[in-house]
Design a protein around this ligand. Structure first.
Ligand code: 3PG
Length: 308
């Protein structure tokens, strides 16, 4: 029987990406099912009933979803962060979970610079701002996005440093980036800090009052990772006494209203998560996702499995 692949995206892929995925399914003889912009979580729960494979973005693949998907063998998160997938239940049921690392990282890195320039120019308020050239940029976590941030920063003429205890110093240096020994040094010495950490239990709230309070005078944090990486209470506490600090984030924090009311134009939040919202990223991540599914079914390939 032919495999049934469901793409379920509250925030849809660009239509070209959907067409490409559909064609790949057709060519191999898999059924293609599309659920876009669904309004209720129950729509997803109902749609998964007979499917063999699921492609999602930030959609919530909960216990209820997985339990209702009796034939499900593989879930691919078309993107980097897989904190939206209930790993425990997926593993219990021997369902393979994958992401598509690197496929949307240029898009996220470009957005980081869009936000950096926007903040440096006073959110385009018409008053004199500052330039990125000559400023020190600290990259917090040197993964796929961090590497792209470093590459673009050099074009701006920034001094680029990075902190990542899981990446060899030599690998960071090979990109002409200065590896920093402690996270405190990164926050203490940089004009801009770009947060590029994945959200895992160890990184939740990792940017706390200790790090925020030692930030360099006039520094700006650019967060294109998850909002949970920053401890919101710490942000409120430190920003109340450090009027020189600024924060831009790709997606609003939980305490958005309070933070905007208190800190006004020192803060910027995108209305929706925008990092991977480009045609190119959608095509890259979407095609990688369907190819990984095909490779899994046809060849047992599990290279990008994240719940091994
Ligand atoms: C990711 O984790 O890949 C990015 O945050 C993009 O998420 P999105 O696909 O929901 O836009």
């Amino acid at each position: 029987m032919s495999k049934k692949v469901l793409i379920a995206t509250v925030k849809p892929f660009a239509s070209k990406a959907v067409e490409d995925i559909k064609k790949i399914c057709k060519d191999i003889g898999y059924d293609f099912i599309l659920l876009e912009k669904y309004a209720e979580q129950s729509d997803l729960v109902n749609a998964v009933e007979n499917i063999d494979a699921l492609i999602v973005r930030s959609d919530k693949v909960t216990r209820e979803v997985i339990t209702n998907a009796k034939n499900l063998k593989i879930v691919v998160r078309a993107g980097a962060g897989y904190d939206n997938i209930d790993f425990e239940v997926a593993s219990e049921k021997d369902i393979v979970v994958m992401n598509t690392p690197g496929q949307n990282s240029n898009a996220v890195a470009e957005l980081a610079f869009g936000m950096m320039v926007f903040m440096a120019r006073g959110q385009f308020n018409g008053k004199p701002g500052t330039e990125l050239k000559g400023k020190r940029l600290g990259i917090h976590a040197y993964g796929n996005v961090g590497k792209n941030v470093a590459r673009i920063a050099k074009g701006f003429g920034m001094e680029v440093v990075a902190y990542d205890p899981y990446v060899d110093k030599e690998d960071i240096e090979a990109d002409n980036v200065i590896p920093i020994n402690t996270v405190e040094e990164l926050y203490n010495t940089c004009d801009y800090v770009s947060i590029n950490l994945p959200l895992i239990p160890e990184t939740k709230g990792i940017v706390n009052d200790k790090l925020l309070s030692i930030m360099k005078r006039g520094a700006t944090i650019i967060n294109t990772a998850r909002k949970e990486i920053i401890c919101e209470d710490s942000l409120i506490k430190v920003f109340s006494v450090r009027e020189d600090l600024e924060y831009a984030s790709d997606i609003a924090p939980g305490k958005k209203d309070e933070i905007i009311e208190k800190f006004g134009n020192r803060i910027y939040f995108t209305p929706k998560k925008m990092g991977a919202q480009t045609l190119e990223a959608n095509i890259n991540a979407g095609i990688a996702a369907i190819n990984q599914i095909i490779n899994y079914f046809e060849n047992g390939e599990t290279t990008f499995q994240v719940n091994k």
